[in-house]
Design a protein around this ligand. Structure first.
Ligand SMILES: [Mg+2]
Length: 389
């Protein structure tokens, strides 16, 4: 299903006179004028929503989260306030996740509004575009990497299938690791697309939560300690990237589930016992400050009008103005709140009690700027605070 996204942030039609005013006076004048003439004002704030444990539990909306999101659109369905989803989850391309979220939540969500744990992997394209890389995790990790432009991305499922007996326990696994929608893999299962028996893997990517931890730890250890070619010997460890480092996250089950950070600990602990040099790796995702910087620049894009046709000069001057507040709404103190706190101004953290965090008071180690029960309450708080309610 394709969505045509019209994300118009309404622009002012009034001309503000006086070119020599300072930017702050201009901004103030603009606000006053906007209020006086009831002209829709350009928001000086944006919102980043965590998904799991805030908006959705599994695939089910939490409370009336769709209603909270609808408040960010005007009556015609155009985006009124810039917002995006900032999740450590993933496993499918951003475009597909946007369509899926649009269907589940009943609002139009563009791919640019979906930042997943693995989204920063696209920044590594220059380095590995034509190199053999393996990708693992639930969903379609190799498809995600291919969409980013990696030309020789192979899923760990496929890669392992080319090495006889690499997983000695596979005959005992009555379930399959083949994923229902991974048509490409099933059609070429016995014919390697690349010469995996002689070409070394240059990097391994954990795109989303691994499905078969035992097999993945075994094969990743093989790749990492052999210099990218299982069975060979080499000192050089290929690069290892994790999309996120969440120890736990809130899914459909009542208590938290082990996340990618738990998998990383398992892999690292084992690797460091069987190899003479400790595992070298890079983790992305929240609470990494770069994730928040990236979110801010995307929100700025969403804040800009779609065309310059209805802009006057003064308004153009204001294009460069920064957000006064960026709200991070999350359920995980050590991921969402810690990240927003580390990112600093203009980030403002709001902690919900719908997921990992259930405390009565604020969190002790990573206290949020504000604590609420639900995302609807968070939305009410923000809109009141910003004079939009
Ligand atoms: Mg969460």
């Amino acid at each position: 299903m394709k969505f045509e996204c019209r994300m118009k942030i309404r622009t002012i039609s009034r001309v503000i006179q006086g070119r020599n005013r300072s930017p702050s006076i201009q901004l103030h004048s603009y606000r006053v004028l906007a209020q006086l003439h009831s002209v829709p004002k350009r928001p000086s704030f944006g919102i980043a929503f965590d998904i799991d444990g805030v908006i959705l539990r599994g695939r089910t909306p939490i409370g009336d989260s769709p209603k909270a999101l609808r408040r960010l659109y005007d009556d015609s369905g155009s985006l009124k306030i810039p917002y995006l989803f900032l999740t450590n989850g993933g496993g499918i391309p951003e475009s597909r996740r946007a369509s899926e979220l649009s269907q589940l939540l009943g609002v139009i969500i563009a791919p640019v509004q979906v930042v997943q744990g693995h989204s920063p992997f696209k920044n590594l394209l220059n380095r590995f575009e034509n190199e053999l890389v393996v990708a693992t995790g639930k969903g379609e990790p190799a498809v995600v990497m291919s969409e980013y432009g990696f030309k020789k991305a192979v899923s760990l499922d496929e890669y392992a299938s080319y090495f006889n007996s690499i997983d000695p326990l596979s005959p005992y696994k009555t379930w399959t690791t083949k994923q229902p929608c991974d048509e490409h893999t099933s059609s070429i299962a016995s014919v390697p697309r690349f010469d995996v028996t002689s070409e070394r893997v240059k990097a391994a990517f954990v795109v989303s939560d691994p499905v078969d931890w035992g097999r993945d730890i075994q094969v990743l250890c093989d790749i990492l300690r052999s210099g990218g070619l299982p069975g060979e010997k080499s000192q050089h460890q290929p690069h290892m990237y994790f999309a996120a480092d969440d120890l736990e996250y809130q899914a459909a089950f009542p208590s938290e589930r082990l996340g990618m950070g738990a998998f990383r600990i398992a892999l690292e602990s084992i690797f460091n016992r069987i190899h003479h040099r400790p595992l070298e790796y890079t983790s992305f995702g929240k609470p990494n400050p770069s994730v928040f910087e990236n979110a801010e620049s995307i929100l700025k894009q969403l804040q800009l009008p779609t065309s310059d046709g209805d802009l006057n000069e003064d308004y153009k001057d204001m294009k460069s103005h920064h957000f006064e507040t960026l709200y991070m709404i999350g359920d995980n103190p050590s991921v969402d709140v810690k990240g927003a706190r580390q990112a600093g101004h203009p980030w403002f953290s709001i902690l919900t009690r719908t997921g990992v965090f259930r405390g009565k008071e604020n969190h002790t180690d990573y206290p949020a700027d504000h604590v609420v029960d639900t995302v609807e309450e968070a939305m009410e708080y923000i809109l009141q605070r910003e004079g939009y309610a």
